[in-house]
Design a binder for this molecule. Structure first.
Ligand code: SF4
Ligand code: SF4
Length: 56
């Protein structure tokens, strides 16, 4: 299962640059993870200041 970003996201952008496969992009009101590209490395979850990223 890919990682997912919840509505708690404050669009700080911290997670996007750290994704090794570029799977994170700004979406409508929050950042979003492309589930087809995510390789489940988990690094983005540790970057989020509000704990909005978890394994879906
Ligand atoms: Fe990118 Fe890894 Fe987060 Fe998936 S788990 S979105 S590959 S940083
Ligand atoms: Fe949203 Fe967290 Fe990513 Fe910041 S690090 S853009 S709050 S998911």
């Amino acid at each position: 299962m890919a990682y997912v970003i919840s509505d708690a996201c404050i669009s700080c952008g911290s997670c996007a640059g750290g994704c090794p496969v570029g799977a994170i992009a700004e979406g409508d009101g929050k950042y979003e993870i492309n589930a087809d590209a995510c390789i489940d490395c988990g690094s983005c979850a540790g970057e989020c200041p509000v704990g909005a990223i978890s394994q879906g």
